[in-house]
Design a protein around this ligand. Structure first.
Ligand code: FAD
Length: 285
């Protein structure tokens, strides 16, 4: 199915993200999570792509399983910073053989001890390459609070337009905790002539370690309201989980009321949290 068909109606769609198990765990260890998430009937589930050798195999196998065994559409993520053209071509052939039709084309993070390969400098290069390979619908990532490598928001939005011009038909945002940052990003998209659907990335924070890790990784700013909740309940895991879910629901309600194209829930492979949020907002979509 072409993922773009989901955005034809004037309603907000709900999608999920999952990640493959660590290399030390068998792939089957994620199947229970997939089954529970699929039963919530998201519009699609996206599967992240990790660095290193078996990344494509696991992403591909999980995306295929989501489609074939659980009847939910899938998007496979694909990064290019550590791949040559030949390696990307091999992955695209593998995706095709496994009936994957939708790809989230990413540059990937540049890590200090792994010098990037030179065939693809930006996600826009990968996007153009996938489009010329043919047979895939391509989505891209975007950053309401600006990608950390960009000089400023103007440079970042100009670069995002290049990605859309290269063939990205859908954008999925980095997580954020302040909806106002998403709304001003949407204004910048409009000014730049970026008219594709943009899904808002929402991460329900359900434990304190998760928030510290996430913020150091992606640099999301923390509104005072959010910090107060985290500080108040940091020593009460159940209360923190419930407060984190309530905060995410509050964000979603406001986004839906503002007519967002989609909410992309970073589930962290936690079906309990995904269920609570789906139940809370299901009738609003
Ligand atoms: P790009 O779009 O290439 O942007 C990176 C930087 O380059 C930005 O500063 C941008 O302004 C600049 N730039 C972009 N295009 C151009 C151009 N044409 N000319 C000049 N400058 C340009 N990482 C993983 O390893 N695996 C995953 O599965 C994964 N999934 C993700 C899903 C989502 C929704 C998001 C938001 C991120 C995900 N990431 C994942 C993280 C992502 O790989 C990093 O954020 C990475 O640093 C940037 O990837 P990108 O595709 O956004 O890069």
């Amino acid at each position: 199915m072409n993922i773009m068909d989901l955005y034809k109606e004037d309603r907000t769609i709900l999608s999920f993200e999952v990640f493959p198990p660590k290399k030390t765990s068998p792939i089957e260890s994620v199947y229970g999570v997939l089954e529970e998430l699929s039963s919530l009937k998201p519009a699609y589930i996206s599967v992240t792509y990790g660095a290193g050798g078996t990344a494509a195999d696991n992403t591909c196998a999980i995306a295929r399983k989501i489609k074939e065994d659980y009847g939910v559409e899938a998007i496979a993520h694909l990064t290019c910073v550590n791949n040559s053209k030949e390696e990307v071509e091999a992955v695209l052939r593998q995706f095709k053989e496994n009936n994957i039709e939708n790809i989230l084309a990413l540059r990937g993070d540049i890590v200090p001890d792994m010098p990037p390969k030179t065939d693809f400098k930006h996600a826009s290069d990968l996007t153009a390459f996938i489009k010329s390979f043919g047979g895939f619908n391509v989505a891209g990532a975007c950053y309401p609070e600006v990608h950390p490598d960009a000089k400023d928001e103007v440079e970042d939005i100009i670069n995002l337009k290049k990605k859309v011009d290269a063939g990205a038909e859908l954008l999925i945002s980095q997580l954020f905790f302040d909806n106002e940052s998403f709304y001003s990003f949407m204004q910048r998209c409009k000014i730049a002539g970026i008219n594709v659907p943009v899904e808002a990335g929402i991460m329900p924070v359900v434990n304190k370690n998760q928030i510290q890790r996430m913020v150091s990784l992606c640099g999301a700013s923390l509104p005072a309201k959010f910090t107060r909740i985290m500080n108040r309940y940091e020593h009460n895991p159940e209360a923190l989980r419930d407060a984190g879910i309530a905060y995410a629901v509050d964000q979603c309600v406001d986004l839906i009321a503002n007519g967002v194209s989609g909410i992309h829930l970073y589930t962290m492979n936690n079906p309990y949290v995904a269920r609570k949020i789906t139940e809370a907002i299901g009738k609003l979509l």
